[in-house]
Write a protein that binds this ligand. Structure first.
Ligand code: HEM
Length: 343
């Protein structure tokens, strides 16, 4: 989507991710995080990535399309996994190929979303889909059924895959940096032990810095595409208009001209480097396509991290491959095998 169409859709989606809508999401986010944390306590040892994916999908599907956790949400989650596995693959649509399975999964998801949208049109709800169905642009136009369906698919996809990646690498980084973990726990200890409130989330400066450093060191998405609208010269290369350019998030975050000692995990760099040059931390993109779910993701990650830090201990299991894999979003190859218990 480009130009006026992109701007219109973005504007219509905006209310679902900011202000009062966002504040309403905190209780559900906390309840779902809590349920998973308790489940992991009983499991003891497990692989964290698939568990976090289920958790973030439960949160996204409950808050964005109003689907209750249960067998249906599990089916949706399975279709999403098939869709994701076919995103970067040879486009050969023969029965059994990942691409073929991905197309089928996408069709199943769209059919489900079409039904849900029709229900919302008859019975408005408070989830993001309900807001989308009710929203109108300046001319009084609503989004069409076809538009809402694809927007809902995008929100669900964007709403859980990347958050899973960042949370998995947060858990990895903290297991590898005990001093950072201790400082985070000390910050949480300054609050009463009850569930974190949206107000408390505003006063966790160290957690903010750690999340920024995880975003810098482990950006879930390595880069993005931009159409060149005006010719320009970069490093002696002339780039004509009409070309497709990619911007590299990972390379930007490793730029020694911006970040001193860029390979070291050091959240406090954001204390001294408070004023970074524009576009040096771009894990959530930048410009007119800056992540629409930024505030949603920050709230979810901080609520989760606060609950985790206040109540649980985890350590990495030996003999696992922790090298990072970039696709579909950055994650340790092993999926992060951990031992987990209550503090
Ligand atoms: C850690 C979590 C997340 C990361 C790292 C992330 C990253 C990104 C990035 C890099 C882009 C820009 C792509 C570009 O340059 O074209 C983007 C766009 C977007 N994100 Fe996120 N995202 C996250 C969470 C979310 C969540 C939770 C949602 C929704 C609930 C969401 C919804 C979107 C949407 C709708 C766009 C498209 C915006 C547009 O094109 O105007 N994201 N995200």
């Amino acid at each position: 989507m480009e130009g006026a169409e992109h701007r219109r859709n973005r504007k219509l989606l905006m209310p679902a991710f900011h202000g009062p809508a966002l504040a309403n999401y905190a209780t559900t986010m906390t309840a779902i995080c809590d349920r998973y944390l308790q489940r992991w306590e009983t499991l003891g040892e497990f692989t964290w990535l698939p568990e976090l994916k289920e958790m973030t999908f439960d949160i996204a599907s409950t808050l964005l399309i109003g689907s209750e956790p249960g067998p249906l949400t599990q089916r949706l989650s399975r279709w999403f996994s098939q869709l994701t596995q076919g995103l970067f693959t040879l486009p050969l649509s023969w029965p059994g190929t990942p691409y073929h399975k991905a197309l089928r999964a996408r069709d199943n998801l769209l059919a489900h979303l079409e039904n849900t949208v029709k229900q919302r049109q008859n019975q408005p709800t408070q989830d993001a889909l309900g807001l989308l169905v009710a929203s109108r642009d300046e001319g009084g136009d609503r989004l069409s059924l076809a538009e809402i369906k694809v927007q809902a698919l995008l929100m669900l996809f964007a709403g859980h895959e990347t958050t899973t990646s960042l949370l998995t690498n947060l858990a990895l980084a903290l297991a590898q940096h005990p001093a950072v973990l201790a400082q985070l726990r000390a910050e949480q200890a300054s609050f009463a032990n009850a569930a974190p409130t949206p107000d408390q989330l505003k006063s966790m400066p160290y957690l903010d810095r750690v999340l920024k450093e995880v975003e810098r060191c482990y950006p879930p998405i390595g880069g993005g595409f931009r159409g060149v609208v005006k010719p320009f010269v970069f490093n002696g290369y002339a780039v004509p208009s009409g070309w497709l350019a990619t911007y590299s998030i990972s390379a930007t975050h490793q730029d020694g001209a911006v970040y001193s000692d860029p390979l070291t995990f050091n959240p406090d760099r954001f204390l001294t480097q408070e004023k970074l040059p524009d576009y040096s931390l771009v894990g959530f993109g930048g410009g007119p396509r800056f992540c629409l779910g930024y505030a949603f993701a920050q709230m979810e990650m901080k609520l989760f991290a606060a609950l985790l830090l206040r109540r649980y201990h985890w350590e990495l299991l030996p003999r696992q491959d922790l090298r990072q894999v970039a696709i579909p979003s950055l994650h340790p190859r092993s999926g992060l095998k951990v031992r987990f218990r209550k503090l």
